[in-house]
Design a protein. Structure first.
Length: 231
């Protein structure tokens, strides 16, 4: 059986004063989860003639040219599905990839900032968490989310509650999802923790990082279901 080719969208890293180079990265834990699920993976790169990209995860006003979009789409044509990574920076090329993937009904898995960029591709947005209550930079920290029955996430999780990590600075009230996507889980304070599109083969976004819980059955099941949808 042919292994599906998954495009992991490269994430721009903010340059530091101590580094002469600009970096566009992938999270290797994501590649590993895809490999264990029976997929091959490549990194998709921006096509703009620049080293200066957006420097935050709030808003990127960049408008890609027709040539830049055409070159981006050529990379996409190599792939059966796409992972939109987490991170502190989001760029317009990520959103453009998600838009086209949804239009072509190619599977998309969005993680943390990838969740945000799925919503942006759909025409809505998220907001900054001024309380910082959901930014707990501790790999061992977990908080409960309640899963909506009848959703894809409910199938993966095998129950109605998950304990998940919380590394994010952007949050999503329910009203930001209504009319755009289906919420599939909520945090204790009523924020949307995951979304999906009901009329597509597989478009799922989660606010947490399942690649950092890769030994938990539900995380394995999530990546496996995504990979299977890409076949």
């Amino acid at each position: 059986m042919r292994k599906p080719m998954i495009g992991i969208i490269g994430k721009v890293q903010q340059p530091t004063e101590q580094d002469y180079w600009h970096h566009i990265d992938i999270v290797d834990e994501i590649r590993l989860m895809l490999h264990r699920s029976g997929a091959n993976a490549i990194m998709l790169l921006p096509t703009q003639d620049t080293l200066s990209f957006n420097d935050n995860d709030v808003w990127d006003p960049t408008v890609l040219s027709e040539e830049e979009l055409t070159d981006l789409y050529a990379q996409m044509d190599l792939c059966d599905g796409f992972v939109v990574q987490g991170g502190n920076v989001s760029c317009q090329y990520e959103i453009e990839i998600v838009k086209r993937a949804i239009a072509q009904d190619k599977p998309v898995l969005g993680i943390c900032a990838g969740f945000n960029n799925i919503l942006r591709a759909l025409g809505t947005n998220i907001i900054e968490d001024e309380t910082k209550a959901h930014s707990v930079y501790d790999i061992n920290y977990r908080h409960p989310v309640t899963i909506v029955e009848g959703t894809k996430l409910h199938e993966f999780a095998g129950g109605t509650t998950l304990m998940v990590n919380s590394f994010h600075t952007m949050i999503c009230p329910a009203e930001n999802v209504t009319g755009y996507a289906k919420p599939s889980s909520f945090s204790e304070d009523g924020l949307v923790e995951s979304i999906e599109l009901e009329n597509k083969t597989f478009v799922v976004g989660v606010k947490w990082h399942p690649e950092q819980m890769r030994d938990e059955p539900y995380a394995k099941a999530l990546f496996q279901a995504f990979t299977d949808a890409c076949r």
